[in-house]
Design a protein around this ligand. Structure first.
Ligand code: ADP
Length: 453
């Protein structure tokens, strides 16, 4: 008889046993055959029909083997998960090996199922909404938070995710995930006053994992900050206008005492600075609140470049730089001329301000069919590369004292960034300390249009 079926742990010992055992099992078959032949030859010699008895012995052995084969086939075909029939010889060995590997497989399967169960139950417990979509973007699985936050229901199973999260911003993000690596913020479609941050991750071929969480509190705080800055800027405007009006009236008086000249000049310079700050804050807050893409006005680039160049010449009078204008494109831009003029103007005044007297500044516009490039190149003080990632943050200055001295508000590049964002463009900065900087606004080809001849 065979030993009871061993447990399916995989170990070297078991493996050795498995492979060496086949001969042992075959020996059992041979022993039975030998036993039959011996009995048959004794009977055959006794009754005088030796070969007939031998043939009968072989026939009986064959019948036994065929029966075993039938039982093996029956087990594999009909009851593969039951304990196999108890057989001797190589058929028994075969059954033992099949049953053993089956059990090992089941253990691995059970482990996998356990793992999936654990992963699933942790996803279920998450406060973040999680949705899994298949290659066809159909919803496969979601957790309870997705029901609360995104309104997914049982009848949405198998539906296209874009049929459920239909906001144009999400559709745009879904189709161009790479452009927004941090995900997007959306107004919740089921709760009027709530906001969710959604992040997509691609896996497999085209399957996606959607993770969303509630950012209403952060959004409200951010909105409070924006409103506060907006209100205070508006409130400051009137007193500033009154102040600068009186300062001008005083200095224009014929009997104005020259002793007061310097303090009054300083007061005027400071009110101008505050005015610039308030104007920049208001512009920035307008740009931030207006998340729409800039309108598609055709901006005549040669004319805008010439106007910027003239303004730069005027501003340059006290710096004495050499200014160059380099236009090498027949394309115009689609966008808002006021906003673009303001952004480009900021880049130009920065180049003038941050270049020691007598520098060379080149303002350029060119394209390579794929992109349009507005560039401002200077040979000024340059910027240490460690500052570059934070340069477009509000009030971020490389050298605060110098920036104040030059009358900067610290908001110029933040405004540039927002204007460019609304035009689907971005800012690239190359700079070397004491060598100069190149600020490049890169526009996508959708924003370019061939200028009329
Ligand atoms: P600011 O009003 O202070 O000029 P910006 O936002 O326009 O503020 O610029 C942020 C900082 O970036 C500046 O304070 C300055 O240190 C640096 N910067 C901007 N443009 C240049 C430039 N062309 N060369 C050197 N530094 C620059």
């Amino acid at each position: 008889m065979y030993e009871p079926y061993p447990t399916p742990e995989i170990s070297l010992e078991h493996k050795r046993y498995r492979y060496s055992s086949l001969w042992d099992y075959a020996k059992q078959d041979l022993r039975i055959l030998l036993f039959f032949i011996t009995i048959a030859s004794l009977i055959g010699l006794g009754i005088g029909h030796f070969w007939i008895c031998i043939a009968i012995a072989f026939a009986v052995f064959m019948v036994m083997q065929l029966r075993a084969l039938y039982l093996v086939n029956d087990w594999i075909a009909n009851r593969p998960y039951d304990v196999p029939p108890n057989l001797n010889g190589i058929w028994g060995a075969l059954l033992f090996n099949i049953y053993r590997s089956q059990r090992q497989e089941r253990v691995v399967q059970a482990e996998m199922v356990g793992l999936i169960d654990r992963a699933q139950s942790s996803l279920v417990a998450l406060a973040e909404a999680v949705i899994l979509t298949d290659e066809l973007h159909q919803i496969e699985w979601w957790n309870p938070a997705a029901e609360k936050l995104l309104g997914v229901q049982e009848l949405d199973r198998g539906r296209n995710i874009l049929g459920i999260l239909r906001q144009p911003a999400f559709v745009e993000y879904f189709n161009n995930m790479e452009q927004q690596p941090d995900g997007i913020k959306l107004k919740s479609s089921i709760h009027e006053d709530r906001y969710v941050q959604i992040k997509l991750t691609r896996f497999g071929l085209e399957s996606r994992l959607v993770v969303a969480y509630d950012v209403t509190r952060v959004h409200n705080l951010e909105q409070m900050r924006k409103d506060f800055v907006d209100n205070i800027s508006h409130e400051l405007r009137t007193p500033l206008t009154v102040l600068s009006g009186y300062l001008e009236t005083f200095t224009d008086q014929e009997d104005f005492n020259p002793r007061w000249k310097r303090p009054f000049e300083q007061m005027q310079a400071q009110t101008r600075r505050m005015n610039a700050l308030v104007n920049d804050l208001l512009l920035l807050s307008r740009l931030e609140n207006d998340k729409q893409l800039a309108k598609n006005q055709i901006v005549d680039m040669p004319s805008l470049m010439n106007q910027l160049f003239d303004d730069a010449q005027a501003y340059n009078s006290e710096y004495g730089h050499i200014l160059n204008l380099d236009i090498d494109s027949h394309c115009d831009l689609l966008g808002s001329d006021m906003e673009l003029a303001s952004a480009f103007g900021n880049l130009i005044t920065n180049a003038i301000k941050y270049t020691p007297k007598g520098g060379v500044i080149t303002i350029g516009w060119h394209d390579d069919q794929e992109h349009g490039y507005f560039t401002v190149q200077d040979n000024g003080i340059g910027i240490d590369p460690k500052h570059l990632p934070r340069l477009t943050e509000r009030f971020y200055r490389v050298d605060s004292a110098r920036s104040r001295q030059t009358g900067g508000t610290g908001l110029g590049l933040a405004i540039v960034k927002h204007v460019l964002m609304q035009h689907g463009a971005h800012l690239e900065v190359e700079s070397q300390i004491n060598q100069g900087s190149c600020f490049k606004a890169v526009f996508p080809k959708e924003r370019l249009c061939q200028a009329e001849a």
